[in-house]
Design a protein around this ligand. Structure first.
Ligand SMILES: *Cc1c(COP(=O)(O)O)cnc(C)c1O
Length: 373
């Protein structure tokens, strides 16, 4: 069976976790600091703050952005449900907008949904493909809104020559195994705003004024204060040490993924029944997922194709979900987002991971040609 995704880890990650376990410093210590420094340097952001996962990163981003009760935040419905949930955590209102054929927010549709209550736009770089950040930055400036980026899938992707994480003041990443690099679970927030970074560090650790590492390094006794109600959203040093080893592999992983995507794009381009993803000029994707749109005139339906692939030993997944059609957001209905619904219902994600055997890449290609060609 060819899986849809597979993390790339080996003895280096295991060794680093082993060393950390024996070091006696297990959570939010020197390894977390080293991972943050490495991550900031890689993305080009001034600060990086590690947390327990991307969902908690998004929650803290909402808080430091000052989003609260009754505020509206515009986001795509077509995203993993954590995007919308993070807005609910601060008692704000997710306002779902349409996406374009790259599964990213459509700026014209977003404009129509701005009201006097709109406080922020939560921009997702869906399945690794950057959204049009400049268009949203301009819009936020004009309307006095905050821009928050959900870059859960976007590590190593770039927009107009700069890495995701460097463009705005609250960018949230995930290290779940389904993303490009993993720490088991884990998250990171990058920011160029020192005040945001400081408050994020407070909030992730119970609002404590002095963190354990600072206290440990201090030559004097230090008593911490709890200056506001915070959370326990810490990353462990075990996770961070794995993350450091993963960062060393990141460019190799992305290079490998891009080579596989290039083969898919070349070999599948002449099949009339499907539409392939496209990386436009100025956009650089890590290909976190490779999604294919099955056109209505295609000779098999999306679900039929998924079944046929499965019979051939190839895993696939339905396209990205729409949050507004999940039970958790039923209370909002009726919400009509025809583009998102169509993309969700007609897309499949096909296997792409590094390293993927060349023969498996061609097995996927031959199967798709056989069933829809
Ligand atoms: C995976 C994902 C998340 C959640 O990340 P976790 O680290 O699992 O909390 C949020 N948003 C998007 C777009 C995702 O793909």
């Amino acid at each position: 069976m060819i899986p849809i995704a597979k993390p790339y880890m080996n003895a280096e990650e295991a060794q680093r976790a082993y060393d950390t376990i024996l070091s006696g410093w297990i959570t939010q210590g020197p390894m977390v600091k080293a991972f943050e420094d490495k991550f900031a340097a890689y993305t080009g952001a001034v600060h990086a703050v590690a947390v327990s996962n991307c969902t908690t990163a998004l929650h803290l981003a909402m808080i430091v952005a000052g989003i609260g009760e009754g505020d509206e935040v515009i986001c795509p419905s077509m995203s993993y449900i954590a995007t919308a949930n993070s807005i609910k955590y601060v008692n704000a209102i997710p306002v779902f907008a349409e996406v374009n054929e790259h599964y990213n927010l459509d700026v014209e549709d977003v404009k129509k949904r701005i009201t006097p209550k709109t406080k922020a736009i939560l921009l997702v770089h869906q399945i690794g493909m950057p959204a049009d950040i400049d268009a949203f930055k301009d819009l936020c400036k004009e309307k006095n809104l905050l821009l928050i980026e959900d870059a859960a899938c976007g590590i190593g992707s770039a927009y107009k020559g700069a890495k995701i994480g460097s463009h705005s003041d609250l960018v949230c990443f995930s290290f779940h195994p389904r993303k490009i690099v993993t720490t088991g679970d884990g998250g990171m927030i990058t920011t160029n705003n020192a005040a945001f970074a400081e408050r994020l560090r407070l909030l992730r650790q119970h609002g404590m004024s002095v963190n354990d590492r600072e206290r440990h390094l201090s030559k004097k006794i230090v008593f911490e204060e709890h200056v506001e109600v915070g959370y326990n959203y810490r990353m462990t040093d075990i996770q961070a040490s794995v993350g450091i080893a993963q960062m060393d592999k990141l460019d190799e992983i992305i290079g490998g993924r891009r080579a596989i995507a290039d083969i898919y794009l070349k070999e599948l381009k002449d099949i009339a029944g499907i539409r392939l993803p496209h990386e436009a000029d100025g956009y650089f994707t890590n290909w976190q997922s490779f999604s294919i749109y099955i056109k209505p005139e295609c000779k098999v339906s999306r679900n039929e194709l998924m079944e046929l692939l499965l019979e051939d030993g190839i895993s696939s997944r339905r396209g990205i979900m729409t949050s507004h059609r999940e039970k958790a957001y039923e209370y909002m209905s009726p919400v009509s987002l025809p583009v998102s619904e169509d993309l969700c219902d007609r897309s499949i994600i096909i296997p792409l991971y590094y390293p993927m055997e060349q023969s498996d890449v061609y097995k996927v290609i031959e199967a798709i040609k056989k069933f829809v060609g």
